[in-house]
Write a protein that binds this ligand. Structure first.
Ligand SMILES: *[C@@H]1O[C@H](CO)[C@@H](O)[C@H](O)[C@H]1NC(C)=O
Ligand SMILES: *[C@@H]1O[C@H](CO)[C@@H](O)[C@H](O)[C@H]1NC(C)=O
Ligand SMILES: *[C@@H]1O[C@H](CO)[C@@H](O)[C@H](O)[C@H]1NC(C)=O
Ligand SMILES: *[C@@H]1O[C@H](CO)[C@@H](O)[C@H](O)[C@H]1NC(C)=O
Ligand SMILES: *[C@@H]1O[C@H](CO)[C@@H](O)[C@H](O)[C@H]1NC(C)=O
Length: 419
């Protein structure tokens, strides 16, 4: 399990077909062909600058002076909150030993969104525009995402993609497609483990190396992130904020990630989507919009997103990337990419396309008066089970098996589900 996955990344990337271009990769629609390993020189040549893939980052790499000096610049000021576990695995008493007063604004404990440590930005868990859905997907890039991305393109729909660093290294052309399609790319950590169960340096490194992987492959450095399983507290918020990363959570959860592991049925997931749509009709979002947790994880989660898009587009007035909902027109450190403002995005939607800057031109979000009925509860996230962790464990093992490394994902699954 803890093998040096650097080797497996290299093996994965070197195994089969040679050097497809992004256009060639984008044109594939057969999942087997899409997922066949390929070589991508920018990644292969940079492996020594990255940690082992698929496992928790042990810390800043030896000799990485850029990372070390960044970490050293703020480490003395990190809130003094103890890690809630070791190497991304919660201690068994993590919640039972935690004070009910929630002193650290630990989301996993009580969905706290307003930090208690002074100077920390509040989390984002909805979008300010009324009757608007902030549209995003966790755990990508998935090797077989072309049908899904083609669908989004056909709807002139952009989304916020929360990418796992390991997946970016395994599927660089898929990550590049996301950038070229004009989606907003955010960090979803290197190994997809609960962040409060890491040391300060590990938590920093999980974010830092994911940022570097996205920069390596797409040319852009993200300024947003989402904690796996929503697991964040004021210590982790502080570290992310030093890296200029806005923290994006959610208030609705499709629980689509649970289907792969048999913890939820497709019917239950459909009910979660339907409840969100029903809440639009009930006026729940008449003053502030919504964010729902959904995944670019596998065929099921992506197909379910496609199947539900018309319903969401009919119910909400607008569907936008989270950054668009906040007029965050420069979502990356590099300034050669702009997202449209909210007004530009919905204006170009009305005009049927165009608008925005560079490759970010976009539109989307159908308009329609809300409707819907029926009862529901707000499918809120449960403290112990949100996020795509189980799926990620499976996802990583798939890529490892391509590389000829035998891996049981039980350890990762266990790590992800313990709380
Ligand atoms: C949680 O358990 C660990 C040992 O597993 C122990 O060291 C620690 O003190 C416990 N924390 C609390 C707050 O009880
Ligand atoms: C954006 O600018 C950065 C340098 O600041 C460059 O590395 C990157 O390739 C550029 N990306 C695009 C798509 O032009
Ligand atoms: C991507 O999706 C395919 C199709 O569902 C699935 O077989 C595969 O495991 C997924 N890969 C990753 C890395 O999640
Ligand atoms: C899911 O798989 C089916 C059957 O292979 C395919 O027709 C469909 O396009 C896939 N959906 C996505 C979103 O990849
Ligand atoms: C985004 O810009 C529009 C005006 O174009 C404004 O009405 C709205 O309040 C802005 N949203 C935020 C979050 O700043």
């Amino acid at each position: 399990m803890r093998t040096t996955l650097l080797l497996s990344v290299a093996a994965h990337l070197l195994v089969s077909r040679a050097d497809p271009t992004v256009d060639q990769e984008n044109a594939l629609l057969d999942p087997t062909a899409e997922c066949a390993p390929y070589n991508y020189a920018p990644v292969t040549n940079a492996l020594s600058a990255f940690p082992a893939a698929g496992t928790p980052v042990t810390g800043i790499l030896a000799g990485d002076t850029a990372a070390q000096s960044k970490f050293d610049s703020f480490k003395a000021n990190i809130p003094n909150i103890a890690p809630r576990g070791v190497n991304g695995v919660f201690a068994t008493n993590a919640t039972s030993s935690y004070p009910a007063t929630d002193p650290d604004c630990w989301w996993t404990f009580g969905q706290c969104l307003t930090p208690k440590v002074a100077g920390l930005k509040p989390d984002i868990a909805d979008v300010p525009e009324p009757r608007t859905l902030g549209y995003g997907f966790d755990d990508g890039p998935n090797c077989s995402h072309n049908a899904f991305y083609d669908y989004l393109t056909s709807k002139k729909q952009k989304a916020t993609m929360f990418f796992i660093g390991t997946n970016v290294m395994f599927e660089p052309l898929q990550a590049l497609r996301a950038a070229q399609d004009g989606h907003e790319i955010c960090v979803h950590t290197w190994s997809h483990h609960p962040m409060t169960a890491f040391t300060n340096e590990q938590a920093f490194a999980e974010l830092w190396y994911t940022m570097q992987s996205i920069k390596l492959v797409t040319g852009y450095t993200p300024t947003c992130w989402r904690p796996p399983q929503g697991d964040v507290d004021d210590r982790i918020r502080y570290i992310a904020q030093q890296l200029n990363l806005d923290n994006i959570l959610w208030k609705y959860d499709a629980f689509d990630w649970k289907v792969a592991s048999g913890q939820a049925t497709p019917a239950e997931v459909q009910t979660n989507y339907d409840n969100l749509v029903a809440d639009v009709g009930k006026g729940t979002f008449d003053t502030v919009g919504a964010i729902m947790l959904t995944h670019e994880l596998d065929n099921y989660t992506m197909q379910t997103a496609i199947d539900n898009y018309p319903k969401l587009a009919a119910a909400f007035d607008h569907i936008v990337p989270v950054g668009v909902g906040y007029n965050k027109t420069q979502p990356y450190v590099e300034k050669n990419f702009t997202l449209p403002s909210f007004a530009q995005y919905i204006g170009s939607a009305a005009a049927g396309g165009g608008g925005g800057g560079n490759s970010a031109s976009s539109s989307g979000g159908s308009t329609k008066a809300g409707s819907g009925s029926g009862s529901n509860t707000a499918a809120g996230s449960s403290p112990s089970s949100s996020g795509g962790a189980a799926g990620t464990g499976a996802a990583i093992s798939v890529r490892l098996s391509f590389a000829g490394v035998l891996v049981s994902c039980a350890a990762l699954l266990g790590a992800a589900l313990v709380l």
